[in-house]
Design a protein around this ligand. Sequence first.
Ligand SMILES: NCc1[nH]cc(CCC(=O)O)c1CC(=O)O
Length: 319
Amino acid sequence: MKIDLPSPAAPLRIGTRGSPLALAQAHETRDRLAAAFDLPQAAFEIVVIKTTGDDAALIARDTALKTLGGKGLFTKEIEEQLIAGGIDIAVHSMKDMPVAQPEGLLLDCYLPREDVRDAFVSPGLRGWADLPQGAVAGTSSLRRRAQLLNRRPDLRVVEFRGNVQTRLKKLGDGVADCTFLAMAGLNRLGRSDVPATPIATEDMLPAVAQGAIGIERRAEDSRVAGMLAAIHDAPTAARLGAERAFLATLDGSCETPIAGLADLVEGGLRLRGEILRPDGSEAIAGERSGPVADGAALGEALARELLERAGRGFFDWRS
Ligand SMILES: NCc1[nH]cc(CCC(=O)O)c1CC(=O)O
């Protein structure tokens, strides 16, 4: 197929948030496209778009993000630009993406997945087993909070947000004894200086789609579709297909502590999932395995099993 390629005179416009991690992901996307089609960097334009979630005034307050408008918080303005034609593609952390996209947009191109694990971050300590009784953990993630409290009910969890530097400063100031970050973010930012210990997925199952970058486009844009096909990673797509079907069936909102991870194993996919009460008092976990082609069905089946085992009332705290 012959593709009408972008050029310095008519660059492909890549929409992204302006955070260091978002920019690193946009640059990775640009570099992979440039390599695939032997194009100069000037054939691409990075367009930084401010989202509600980036609003400095909102972030400055220590409001929990979940009270500020849910999953679309970091994506709404970017998707509006994509629909309006102000950008040609949008680069996202798949972990932050709703399971369905707005009419007219498609999110079906994934880059090879990074390390999926969470990291325990603390100067001097290697994991939560090392924390003294009653120690304080900082996180704004409902999932990590619930998982930690499930394993260490004696700990106290405080709201913790901001970029890596801010969080490390808070640790240094003694606001908390530890925090958690995705290994993928640290790796993509090249932050090997951060005192981070990867947590085995058996101990803390990651968020659905953690470590994956997705590239969104206009559904009818066949030129862009042809370009994205060249950098798409099918194994990542197979894993996310199962994980996102699991999430969709659970009707996961930002207010639901849900973890899910699919791995490619001999003979197909192995999907693990966990749902928790926000205070960590109960965790329900399960797993399913099957052929790659059945990924979505595995996700749905595991979600239905966990919902049934949870019973009515498990999600009653949902407002
Ligand atoms: N919710 C914020 C967010 N979205 C994606 C990542 C990290 C990169 C990834 O998981 O792909 C992070 C930060 C974190 O969890 O530490």
